[in-house]
Design a protein. Structure first.
Length: 304
């Protein structure tokens, strides 16, 4: 492993916050750290949200929670260009760090990048691309940060925090609301909300240290393009209303064939049973804490 270079006093560290995207994995936005040193010609982005699509049994491992996420690094220009192509807004908060604190954070990132510690078990609410960055910053500063939680509603649960991010994706919203168990309905305190990139951005914007703002300056790196958001052809509510209308029609249809009534019942209870089995497997076998202890299984057990 190459020893991390000694940064100059002109080096800075910034929090990069990316707006939510249209892909399922991008619905909640993204966070990364930028290390820039004009004297050394260094300008890199460190990203804890990397995973390999080519992993064997990718979807099963993703659902089970043993898909390995890892720290990666790319030149800032490449990172910026990728988000320009996606049309997603990217903002930068340059942090008010002392040179020794910048060096400490950079050395930690480089050491982690070239060791087995780069891999970790992703946990949506507790250990992700945003929480890891906050831990790096918190461990690198000489004086602890003071976070201002005065403007945060104390009653929000994890499930409630996800609502605004899931509005553009009704099917994902339905799946997450069914799949998330009791842990998602716990009330959160301020620090627990930093798993969301935009929440981390807001927290650092109001953070202080020694009575001074922790963010030295903030600016827009990429401006969002005016792309029209795509909507699902069949929203869950539309499908549900259609099914209810069809059920009512069959109930009022005096001469409805027996085989059609039987098929209707088989589809309804078959889908319910399959969904119940999936939730049971996730609740018992998944390493994702939020899908465990799913009390909605009681409804499916009664239905089947």
């Amino acid at each position: 492993m190459a020893k991390p270079v000694r940064l100059s006093e002109a080096a800075t560290i910034s929090l990069i916050t990316c707006a939510p995207g249209t892909e399922t994995y991008a619905l909640f936005g993204h966070s990364a750290l930028r290390v820039a040193d004009p004297v050394r010609g260094l300008d890199q982005v460190y990203n804890y949200g990397t995973f390999n699509f080519q992993t064997s049994h990718f979807y099963w491992r993703f659902l089970r929670g043993d898909l390995r996420y890892f720290l990666s690094v790319v030149p800032f220009r490449n990172f910026q260009r990728a988000y320009e192509q996606e049309g997603r807004a990217v903002s930068e908060q340059v942090l008010a760090l002392e040179p020794r604190e910048v060096q400490r954070a950079y050395s930690h990132l480089e050491s982690t990048l070239h060791s087995p510690a780069k891999y970790y078990q992703y946990q949506f609410f507790a250990d992700n691309c945003s929480t890891r960055l906050f831990e790096v910053l918190n461990a690198s500063v000489d004086t602890p940060l003071r976070l201002d939680s005065s403007q945060v509603s104390p009653a929000a649960t994890y499930r409630q925090l996800l609502v605004p991010y899931l509005r553009p994706a009704p099917w994902v919203k339905l799946g997450m609301n069914i799949g998330l168990g009791w842990p998602a309905d716990r009330a959160t305190h301020f620090r627990q909300r930093l798993f969301l990139p935009l929440e981390l951005q807001r927290a650092l914007a109001k953070a202080t240290r020694k009575g001074r703002p922790f963010v030295a300056r903030q600016h827009q790196v990429v401006t969002a393009s005016s792309r029209t958001a795509s909507h699902a052809a069949f929203a869950p509510m539309g499908l549900l209303l259609g099914w209810m209308a069809w059920s009512l029609l069959m109930w009022r249809w005096t001469h409805c064939p027996t085989w059609l009534r039987r098929l209707h019942v088989q589809v309804l209870f078959g889908a319910t049973a399959l969904l119940g089995c999936l939730l049971t497997v996730l609740s018992l076998a998944s390493l994702h804490t939020p899908v465990q202890a799913n009390y909605q299984l009681l409804c499916y057990c009664q239905a089947t």
